[in-house]
Unconditional design. Structure first.
Length: 501
């Protein structure tokens, strides 16, 4: 993370008593504070429904920082900047009180009127809050005002457009920071650098040299307590519309003419525009949906999705998606981008595997061992780094070949733990850098792509659900999707680069 002086800021978190604030936002702000990346002129104004006192809130924040293992003194100097206000989202009086408190904090910490409004609440409140922020004068300051908005940004294109129109009444596009936390991950940010800073890759980054690209983000956890939300969302809306398509766009986009927010976003938008739309029965050819049944994770028996709380016994909701995305443009014509994501799979891992085409003639043919294709593996999580899979001569074995791997592990070489995604994104927002947040045009195009698939899936029930066992890598059809074109998923567990069996 670059170290620059950040401006004084009031960070107002709506939903400050919730899970996201406790697990991610407070610890991330604290890390910025410890690193000196947060101006000492800052205040954190927590807003929640429950009637807490300031002391109760401070205790809550303290509790959220326990795992960070720093001295009491440091924690207390952070806590001094924290204040709480109980609030009713639809009541103007609540906003008037908030405004008075914000003005007091401005004065006390000399914040120059700079305000970040972070909406860490259920999306149905987003529009109401932004309306009130403007109507009740909270955005009326001499400093900057920025709106950070959590996912999901709408449920489909129609609702996302409606929400967008509503928040645009109060904030301009360049004041809106739509969070996609994958864009804050170190190795997702590294995709552009790997591509555009290496003479080795960019000339090969096209359909003449790449046979297919695979992006997997698998989880071992199930839907847990989120059944109510997930039943309406499913993996397509929860992961594909945002995180998966953002990674696809970063891999597929053309080089921007410079690294400005506008140029990068406009190349991503062009990539989204060249994605082939898939609709109607074609969806069955390009996409596979899955729902987990009972099974075993790490030796422990686990229930199926339909046994979870707030889940319909006959649910048609997908907990797994794999798909083939095609780009109809010069660079990528004919190269499938395979994506795969799901709950209750065998491993928690996010990896990108770029498979290069075979060489035109194999001089080292050997009937026991065929030459492996070259792979570039980008490890997003839990490990962070890259591995290049090559073939080399087997020592003392004539001209037999053996696969070798050149690896770079970000944590072991750089020697530091990379910052949590939210830490980086909050820092960028304070600095006013929106590059790693999604522009409305990206959101609009990704919903338009996803809506066609969800329309079909909602109209045509999947009779085979549940169709994969917990603890596996998804339904068989997902393997068939690649096998049809002579490919297979590369393993994304610890021994990466092996084919999945
Ligand atoms: N948790 C996570 O890991 C992630 C969450 N998100 C997104 O972040 C947002 C928040 O999620 P999460 O923290 O899990 O949600 P929680 O349910 O844990 O928290 C909801 C918050 O909203 C407040 N709230 C609810 N109703 C009202 C109301 N009528 N008036 C005022 N405040 C109200 C609650 O206050 P009170 O507690 O006082 O009732 C609480 O602070 C969601 O959009 C979610 O999709 C995105 C990615 C990951
Ligand atoms: O946005 C979401 O992401 C998480 C997965 O995030 P990761 O950083 O752990 O890979 C997912 O569990 C959740 O369902 C989804 O809403």
């Amino acid at each position: 993370m670059k170290q620059e002086n950040t401006p004084p800021t009031l960070i107002m978190i709506f939903g400050a008593t919730g899970d996201l604030a406790k697990r991610k936002l407070f610890p991330s702000l604290y890390q910025l504070f410890l690193k000196g990346s947060l101006s000492r002129r800052f205040a954190l104004l927590g807003v929640g429904r429950r009637e807490w006192t300031n002391d109760q809130f401070k205790e809550h924040v303290r509790d959220s920082l326990k795992a960070s293992g720093h001295s009491q003194e440091q924690v207390e100097s952070f806590i001094e900047h924290c204040v709480y206000q109980s609030h009713d989202v639809s009541d103007s009086n609540s906003y008037i009180q908030l405004k008075e408190l914000a003005n007091e904090l401005d004065h006390k910490f000399d914040l120059e009127g700079n305000r970040i409004f972070y909406l860490a609440m259920a999306p149905e409140f987003f529009g109401t809050i932004t309306d009130h922020l403007k109507l009740d004068g909270l955005t009326d300051t001499n400093g900057f005002t920025r709106l950070v908005i959590e996912k999901p940004f709408g449920h489909d294109l129609r609702s996302a457009s409606k929400l967008n129109e509503q928040i645009r009444e109060s904030f301009s596009e360049d004041e809106i920071y739509r969070i996609d936390h994958y864009l804050g991950k170190e190795m997702v940010q590294n995709i552009e650098v790997i591509r555009f800073a290496n003479a080795l890759f960019e000339p090969l980054w096209n359909n003449r040299f790449i046979s297919n690209i695979q992006i997997t983000s698998s989880e071992t956890l199930g839907v847990e307590e989120r059944g109510r939300y997930y039943e309406k969302s499913g993996a397509l809306r929860d992961m594909v519309q945002n995180h998966m398509l953002q990674m696809v766009a970063l891999l597929a986009m053309e080089p921007p003419i410079n690294l400005s927010t506008d140029e990068i976003r406009s190349e991503k938008v062009r990539a989204f525009r060249s994605m082939r739309p898939i609709e109607g029965e074609e969806v069955d050819k390009y996409f596979v949906r899955g729902q987990y049944g009972a099974g075993e994770i790490n030796g422990e028996a686990v229930n199926g999705y339909r046994d979870g709380d707030n889940v319909d016994d006959h649910s048609n909701t997908e907990t797994f998606v794999s798909g083939k995305i095609m780009f109809d443009n010069f660079r990528w014509a004919g190269v499938p981008f395979y994506i795969r994501t799901g709950k209750r799979m065998s491993v928690k891992s996010t990896k990108i595997v770029v498979q290069f085409k075979d060489i035109p003639m194999n001089l080292y043919y050997n009937k026991e061992h065929s030459l492996d294709p070259n792979l570039l593996v980008i490890h997003i999580q839990p490990d962070e780094g890259i591995t290049l899979h090559l073939n080399a001569k087997k020592t003392n074995q004539g001209v037999n070949t053996t696969p070798v791997q050149l690896s770079y592990s970000a944590s072991s070489i750089d020697g530091i733990n990379t910052p949590e995604a939210y830490e980086k994104l909050l820092y960028d927002c304070i600095l006013g850098d929106a590059t790693n947040f999604t522009h409305w045009d990206e959101v609009k195009l990704s919903w338009s792509f996803v809506d066609k698939i969800s329309d079909y899936w909602e109209a045509v029930r999947e009779s085979s659900f549940p169709n994969y066992q917990s603890g596996t890598m998804g339904p068989e059809k997902s393997d068939e999707l690649l096998a049809e074109e002579g490919f297979q998923w590369w393993a994304i567990g610890e021994i990466d680069g092996n084919k999945e069996s």
